[in-house]
Design a protein around this ligand. Sequence first.
Ligand SMILES: Nc1ncnc2c1ncn2[C@@H]1O[C@H](COP(=O)(O)OP(=O)(O)OP(=O)(O)O)[C@@H](O)[C@H]1O
Ligand SMILES: [Mg+2]
Ligand SMILES: [Mg+2]
Length: 463
Amino acid sequence: MKYMENEGLVPSAEEEIKRRNVIFKLKEIVMVWAKRIAYLHRLPRSYIRAASATVVTYGSYGLGVHDQESDVDALCVGPGFATLAEDFFIVLRSMLECQPEISEIYCVKDAKVPLMRFKFNGVSVDLPYAKINAISVPHDVDVFNPVIFATMDEISWRSSSGVRANRSILRLVPDLKTYQPLLRCIKYWARRRGIYCNLFGFFGGIHLAILVAVICQRHPRTWPLALVSIFFRTFAFWPWPTPVILFHGGVPTDNIPLEKFFMPIQLPCSPLYCHSNITTSTFGRIRQEFLRGHHFTKDALSPNFDWEGLFEQFSYAYHYARFLKIRLSASNRHELGDWVGWVKSRIRFLLEKLEDLLGFCDPNPTEYIDATVHTPNTVFFWGLKIKRSHKIDIDKIEEDFLKKINSGRESRLGKIELSVVKGSELADMNKTSEPRLACGVSDGKGKYTSCLKLYGPSVAVLK
Ligand SMILES: Nc1ncnc2c1ncn2[C@@H]1O[C@H](COP(=O)(O)OP(=O)(O)OP(=O)(O)O)[C@@H](O)[C@H]1O
Ligand SMILES: [Mg+2]
Ligand SMILES: [Mg+2]
């Protein structure tokens, strides 16, 4: 606990107030929004008076395991007459745009869970939308209520599944005081070891939340320190693809063929598995890290146990001699944010392509900045293992990937350049730019929006 506090993983009281304020203000805004759209829909006056909406938090914030850099995941629950395409993405967006505290609004419309993503007083917010079959939405709306549940449309049902998953986890873990620090610790480990980023084929918050919940459920009344080694021992030897299921008293009813998943993890109280982008390479990387974690934590209860070792940042320069350099650039910071978001949502294609050609690729999620280039940019370095027999036509890969990126988009926001480089270039990159952090977004001027404490300076990556 002391180690985690020293590393800045537990948010300060000030941070907590900031987040609570964000949620309070969002609730106020959606309340006004509900009345405004009731008016725009020309509903009777009594309906306008009664119309209301609310936001419900979930994700790491809802589980009480967020750190200073976690986003706030907040589901906007609106009345039945408020449409997603018009009222949410147009009317609410323009209301949010008018708020001086809100910036960098980005709409993700074509995802399974459509949402708006923005910064509120510097805090990242993910805001999906669900509507219920009512005019007024109670502020403590219960998404488990069978009446509400049964009348939801498909998108609203999917969008609210995160809230239900969270509530189930909170209900099923025997002791939150054990669960929360353990999950914080495991998330920190995953970030430091380069295996935390769902889009890049690694774990996302939900996967780790369930793995840790399963450990807590199987070992009630065990203190967190011992659970750390039990966690690694369990998953280092887990017989994948046997699914990991949080026991909830019901019978699992999933019919999805398990071969589709490398590491199936069932969503709590749902027949579905968590969506996952894990590939052959990232499956291998994750398993190696579980084994490493197991070797490190066998003696976790000894008084001289070295926590630093477990959380040591993964050294890409030590493990790989060659890297795929992916440089994304745009004419301004705002466009770069959109461009990076868009490319990342399709990055799996590139990863699979490289795996087909080379058999392995380590998609390091850390974002760097190329300070030798004047345009705002974000750079990734993916670890490669290239044999002499391997011939890579990087121009062809770039061309194919571009086609993939451009499909479904009318205009191109930015530029993408791929090249194969030596590890020394990664070292230069770090020397010429400020410390860069995993899964953050640069502002294009050499300033960063992520937390240095959390991921450590990128020069440390090169140790
Ligand atoms: N792949 C997924 N499959 C199912 N649900 C998901 C998936 N990714 C996200 N979710 C839902 O959205 C919520 C928020 O996801 P998010 O990626 O913000 O992770 P998080 O647990 O909040 O961690 P972080 O601290 O990194 O934000 C999750 O708790 C989960 O309910
Ligand atoms: Mg989150
Ligand atoms: Mg989120």
